[in-house]
Design a binder for this molecule. Structure first.
Ligand code: NAD
Length: 382
């Protein structure tokens, strides 16, 4: 059964860049009307209310959730608020699209997934990078067999001086849950696993460093509100993921590091029949994508032209399609994002312990070298 004919009423909590992507999408897409926004900044709240013709404007998320008239809500606030707002909205019968990362920890994420099941509502998380045109083109090339079976990748998101703002909620452990690994690394983790075809991550070995932010360096120019936080999170992280079936991914991410200026993300993939390289510099709408094939001296490098993709617009559109598909609501419960959170948890745990952390199959939680968990199949070395 579908409820597609009804115009859905949407709310957005959060007035920053992320919240505005959701507002924009609701304003552009058919079958939905943006009717309420919430955020603490008076000026932006009034301006965005005017821009999108939204009269119901709240300073606190609780008032928006209690509004009583919403079908869907987007949660685009500091990460520590994702779980309480999501659970509150689900309990009020509202379908939720949360920004990434789903939450600060997998335990917190699990409360959100459980709430979605209890409420019988949709919970999704915005992984907009996998909806870029270049990532979609690379995924299509892989699905088409152009590189054979991918067995290793190096995936990065690196910034020279891109700490979202020194002293803001982003650098506060309690509010953010971590630094670049959980903030931008989670996008890289998502698109890398998506490109590999969603294999289970079986083990994670990670290191984190906090060298520049803690010295007051590496901050981006930003108007983000300061909460007076010390620099409490990492500014660089690197990890090796072991995948079910023998594949592997090396993932490196920094908010700040002495490297070429600007921002760069992408992935280099090695497959049994070919390889691929995607490099996106300074948020170019479409990155440089090359597929490598051929054999021996007969190399063939194919430059692939991709369009910009639709990012958040596609994410919100898919969310609304799932909300319209009532028979399948229970499929869209946030569990993919919970799996991402389990990997991020394992990475922080590995960095803290200085040892590889093994992940048991989904839902059984973190496992480590000393565990007696018999579901795990790999040995673990420090
Ligand atoms: N998907 C992406 O590409 C992407 C990009 C940037 C940020 N994000 C995510 O979006 C979220 C927000 O990031 P941002 O950069 O927009 O943050 P921001 O700091 O610019 O904005 C946060 C907003 O949350 C609001 N807020 C805080 N507490 C509130 C409360 N109690 N009630 C109502 N509103 C409240 C603030 O008033 C502000 O408007 C984060 O989870 C971040 O990880 C995602």
């Amino acid at each position: 059964m579908t409820t597609a004919s009804k115009t859905l009423r949407a709310g957005v909590v959060g007035l920053g860049w992320a919240g505005q992507q959701h507002m924009d999408a609701y304003a552009k897409l058919p079958g939905v009307e943006l009717v309420a926004i919430a955020g603490m900044e008076d000026g932006p709240r009034a301006e965005l209310g005017e821009k999108y013709g939204v009269e119901r404007r709240y300073s606190d998320w609780r008032d928006l959730v209690a509004d009583g008239d919403l079908d869907v809500v987007s949660v685009a606030v500091p990460t520590f608020l994702h779980a309480p707002i999501t659970v509150g909205a689900l309990e009020a019968g509202i379908h939720v699209l949360s920004e990434k990362p789903i939450a600060r920890t997998a335990d917190e994420a699990r409360t959100m997934v459980d709430a979605a099941h209890r409420a019988g509502r949709v919970l999704e998380v915005a992984f907009n990078h996998r909806r870029r045109g270049d990532i979609e083109a690379l995924k299509a090339a892989i699905d088409d067999g152009q590189i054979g079976r991918p067995y290793h990748a190096r995936a990065v998101w690196l910034r020279r001086a891109g700490i979202p703002a020194l002293g803001s909620w982003f650098t506060n452990r309690e509010m953010a849950g971590g630094g670049p690994l959980i903030d931008i690394g989670v996008h890289v983790l998502d698109y890398a696993l998506h490109l590999f075809g969603e294999p289970q991550v079986t083990a994670v070995s990670a290191v984190t460093h906090s060298e520049l932010g803690a010295r007051g360096r590496g901050g981006a120019k930003s108007d983000k509100q300061h909460v007076g936080s010390a620099y409490e999170v990492e500014d660089l992280a690197s990890m090796l993921l072991r995948l079910e079936g023998g594949g592997s991914i090396v993932l490196e991410t920094s908010w700040a590091a002495y490297r070429p200026a600007g921002d760069e993300f992408g992935i280099t993939l090695y497959g049994t029949e070919g390889g691929a390289d995607l490099r996106v510099v300074d948020y170019a709408p479409a990155g440089e994508l090359t597929i490598f094939t051929g054999e021996g001296e007969e190399v063939e490098d194919i430059a692939v032209t991709a369009d910009a993709g639709r990012g958040h617009l596609a994410v919100v559109e898919t969310f609304l399609e799932h909300v319209a598909d009532e028979a399948n609501w229970s499929h869209w419960d946030g569990s993919l994002a919970l799996d991402r959170a389990r990997v991020i948890d394992a990475a922080y745990e590995s960095a803290r312990r200085g040892a590889e952390v093994r992940l048991s199959p989904a839902t059984t939680g973190l496992d480590d070298a000393g565990s007696t968990d018999t579901t795990s199949t790999e040995t673990t070395e420090a």
